[in-house]
Design a protein. Sequence first.
Length: 127
Amino acid sequence: MTNTTWNNKKELRNEWWSKMRLKYNIGLIISGISAFVLYVIVVEFVVMKNSNDQEVEITLFTTIFQGIGYLIMIGIANLFYNLGAISEKLVNPKNIEEYRNKIFKIGFWFSCGLPFLVPLILLITYL
């Protein structure tokens, strides 16, 4: 493979993964907000009713604190997002399009599912 061909292949790989990053980040934002709403519902209707500790409350401060924490987690998730392009380089699949779509979907749904673990764990703990 010539140096020019290698550079074009690398550019195309980086271009594809860069193009999909916006969809990934929108998914993270939507799942984070949805998971927080679910968290509020679980705290309000399950934790408060099944806990002797009535000091559990969601305030503006805790909401902002959790929002900042989630923004940090989105940054970390974006670092892990780079594993898609790295894995493509390492695996060097024959069908690049199929590989990209499959790896993107796995990473997307895994990353978007993680925020729901907190309300799920709370729900299981207090039921």
